[in-house]
Design a protein. Sequence first.
Lengths: 478, 352, 506
Amino acid sequence: MSGARELAAAVRAGERSARTVTEEALAAVAAGDGEVHAFLTVMGDEALAQADAVDAAVAQGRDPGPLAGVPVALKDNLCTRGIPTTCGSRILDGWRPPYDATVVELLRAAGAVALGKTNMDEFAMGSSTENSAFGPTRNPRGLDRVPGGSSGGSAAAVAAGFTPLGLGSDTGGSIRQPAALCGVVGLKPTYGSVSRYGLVAFASSLDQIGPFAANVEDAALLFDAVAAHDPRDSTSLPGVHPTTLEAVRAGADHVRVGLCPDLIEGCAPDVASRVYEAAEALSAAGAKVDEVRVPEFAYGLSAYYLIAPAEASSNLARYDGVRYGLRVEADDAAAMNTATRTAGFGAEVKRRIMLGTYALSAGYYDAYYAQAQRVRTLVVQAFDRAYASFDVLLGATAPTTAFALGAKVDDPMAMYMNDVCTIPSNLAGHPALSVPFGSGADGLPVGVQILAPALAEGLLFRVAGALEAGAPRPGTRS
Amino acid sequence: MTAPILPGAEPYSAAGDERGALVLHGFTGNPQSMRGLATALAAAGLTVELPLLPGHGTAVADLVPTGWDDWSAAAEAAYIDLAARCTSVVVVGLSMGGTLSVWLAERHPEIAALVLVNPLVVPPDAETVAFIDSLIEAGDELAPGVGSDIALEGASEAAYSELPLRSARSLFDAAAAVERGLGSVRCPVLLFSSVVDHVVDPVSGECLAERVAGPVERVRLERSYHVATLDYDKDEIERRTVVFVADRLARAPVRPLSRHDVVHVASLARLSLSPDEVDLFTAQLRTVLEHAADVAALDLAHLAPTAHPLPVVNVVRTDDPRPSLDRSEVLAAAPSVEDDRFRVPRIGGEAP
Amino acid sequence: MSTDSWETVIGLEVHCELATRTKLFCGCRNAFGDEPNTNVCPVCLGLPGSLPVLNEYAVELAMRIGAALHCEIRASSFARKNYFYPDQAKDYQISQYDEPINVAGWLGLPGGSRVGVTRAHLEEDTGKLTHVGDGGRIGSARHALVDYNRSGVPLVEIVSEPDIRSAAQAREYASELRGILVATGASDGRLEEGSMRFDANVSVRPLGASEFGTRAEIKNLNSLRSLGRAIDYEAARQMALIAAGEPVHQETRHWDEAAGRTESMRSKEEANDYRYFPEPDLVPLAPDAAWQERVRASLGPMPADRRAELVGLLGGASTGAAADQIRAVVDLGLDPLVRAAVTAGAPAALALARAANELAAEGEAGLILAQAANELGPGADSPFTTIVVMESGGTLSPTQSKAVLSASVQAISADIKGGASVTAAIARSDPAALAKEMGFEALEADTLAAVVTDVIAKNPEEWARLVGGDDVTKKKLRGFFTGEVMKATAGKANGSEVAAELGRRL
């Protein structure tokens, strides 16, 4: 499938019909997704209807929008009215929201075609999409490998070429890490720049919706379409977000890049060497690259694994069998709640709910939750100090290339370590982007991560554009 | 039936905050020797327990039938009881009390810190032990006591004037075992060593300082003899102990997650777990929390917690009605409906 | 142990539903009595993906309450109170915990004492549960039904210091608080619709003790009457326990109105661990000094101020009956009418009496006049003023005045029921015409004179005794003649004018 930008241009110009594009996409999914299992629900009828509406607009001379006719894969924690939204969980099996998420409305207004809902770790808790109640997704670049998580389905949909664009959510790395493992571009935007209304909450102060794309420009295009103030989300940043598309070709000249060993040292050697190559590529592109140490990042993992479960334990309380979703009947209401939740949640979700409940409980709140929020302040201050001398930071996205399916399921702590490079940005609310940069020793994709201060997506896209231009050809080994 | 407790030998307790201090006296001694130190810790706000160990503080005849197993069991029970009431515990011991303290730390790695005054960790040499064995075989029960080794004129320890040989023997065996396990003690240690000690050879202090895995703060007492807590350096010991404890316990990690905790939070979260699941989750969660111990131990009191990543305030909407959902769509998703309302099974209790 | 010299210590927590148009965090209507589950949306149903957005007017009302209770209004934040219950749509309540919007205030009781107000904060209400089964009580129910119309309605929870010392004082506090809440516009004060709900914390201790006894919490009392009865019962229960040497348990109790006693609610000692933490979906609230000033400046007079004003109108005196009348009039919100009448020249005591007695007796219908007076402002015409002035001017006798007032109010009320607006109905009302219709024409001076002459002529012996009698006889016989004149004029005569006319003959 061609890039989103070209596709939209062609549809707007009347050169291609949105309907044809959608039909082709649906056919590709039908043919190829049996293997990959990126999708949980394919929105065949709805997609075609949307495509027809786009074509009608073009025919009538109305502007169909910047994403006209472009198929998009939606992570299954985004509410889509009348379409099942499971969050990868049995407890919402079959639930159809009575409303659309704001981003879904924005996509429709931009002329995009929602092709289907993609697989994910249950309630976004995981780094491999193996925690889905409906079976894992396979990495299109290596079918015995995980696609990463929790937005593994959307990353895989883009990597497999089913759709040029995808939307995921990132709480501790759930867009960036699968992007790195699948060899696509993934952005976690500044907290508050994309509305969370209609995103089923995991950890409210950390969650952000963000784009997947096969190239940097398309990612910018999608980001621009969904980054907007939303009065229905109190944490939505006021004002208008500057568009980023132009930044992609602006080059990295004179950008001060901080190469951060604390985001590289825990990684496999083949990944680390790609990051160093990326630093050189940026240098060659005119950036000023220097080393910067931010040792406070090391505390991020522990703080995250207290804050996120704590907020999640509260956000997931509503799944009690009363108003929607699964219900397992019992003699009294409390027993019904317990039976429903015990049957409906998987092990990882239960683990995090209990961890979070513990961290918030009487006697432990100050030592765990409040302390973790202080660590958050520490991390923010550390970022501020780094950004006094640098414009962006550079590091790895994930510590290894895609690991084998089943390799880490029995060791939660090992699984959590996958997030060590991505977590600091979530804690600070800053944007960060993963861009493919060569392959690992096993030929699987490596992503390098660029971090920037709040609202500096423009800088991210500048550097990402330069990195994309200077990246090793796919398939070359380090 | 034991003899009445000697005046001043009574156990001591003080209710304080969530930091605990277990204070242990020495062989043939009793709480009298540690009361000053215990009250100093209580004044600093800690919850303090200074138990009277079995056979001690009454008459030597009561000590004769007891041994290490009895004293260590009592010390451990006192520790467990205190730990249940506190989020972190420091153990403080003089002489054999020090032996018990280190023994507890080897068995309970969650103990936050140790304060030791002339602890017995290296038993007497083989020759001395053999000599004592021969006395026991010969039928001797008691030997002259070792109490009240104090330099300060007028100060005295209300210890027994004799000591039971068998009991001493059990102590030496235990000390040997404790010495072997020193490497597993990771918590911070404050170690007071009298330069002149007529009861416990200074080699104990040297050995301990060298072999424990955690940081050791050593204080050499120039003027006091063995029962330093009643001697010239009494005040210094109390002062430095209070400072050390306040420092260490402020930064000590919280007590580890237990099975009981897991069952409790599962119930709070309306989840039911099988016994195997409780075991599995306890182990897994404990690993995560241990990893989080590095964070819990940081001194971040000067930082405000971040609840929201970005500084936005006063987001409000006007009091204008907006369309509600269509009731049929809402109830269509409900698992059970009656009279246009959501139906649930009977509710056991009233709302909180 | 004797509890003869023991005192009761009471703290009240009052939940007040705010009179906003929409809910606290969403745009669903805040309305009483609508069809179940018709005022719901993703937010107040707690659907996955929904987010709360704060109602500006609810904040305004919360600040008004704080200002009226002399609180410090502060920057505040929201917190989640986590617990499972079917009427709690998200299984957590968004409330305020360690940073409430109002702190450290007080409420003055009519008698003069003050009750401290610890805090008054914003929080959302729950849905409504109906227990289905035998008897409708929770204990015997087979299942329950939930209506989320009320879920998310804005509440302000007002917590008093434990300064209250009797059930009577608690009722006074509650009543005064209600008046204040209505005066600020924050509440409609309709206890029967659940606009205010009371929780009472009750404990007992020896007089003069400084430490508090163990307290029991009685939840969800819905009327002043049950508030008083429940507190009296609970205090007596606790004192009886102590006198018998038994402990008082710290627990939550439920007031059974029918049985007249409190019952323990908690089956186990398990205290709820609410795991409060800052609400991540809402940002902090920091009303600036200008907003706070606007709120304080916009506050109208509180009940205490209005009572004081009426006292002033009476010339400073306010003894028993008058004080009661003043309290009743302010409580019912009828004082604007009294003020208007006085401004128009009527005597304050008369206006007060007519409002407290006759107008109050008209109930809802009477309140309409007051409402109009509030809306139209002090200068506007009011039938109440017209009638009271007519009476004070002698055009109507007291008996007639009361009758015209009643008829007037009824007529206006009927007019409004028939579809007229309040303003129109009041404009249309014409007390003078009504009086004429009812036959209450003012008695001409010479007509009265003629009647008096006639009555004197018909009762010559009595008249002779009156003329020549002592003071006691005179007084008695004046009464007789006045009564006769009243009879002869069918009540149209004005008592004082009759007296004057008789006086002239003597």
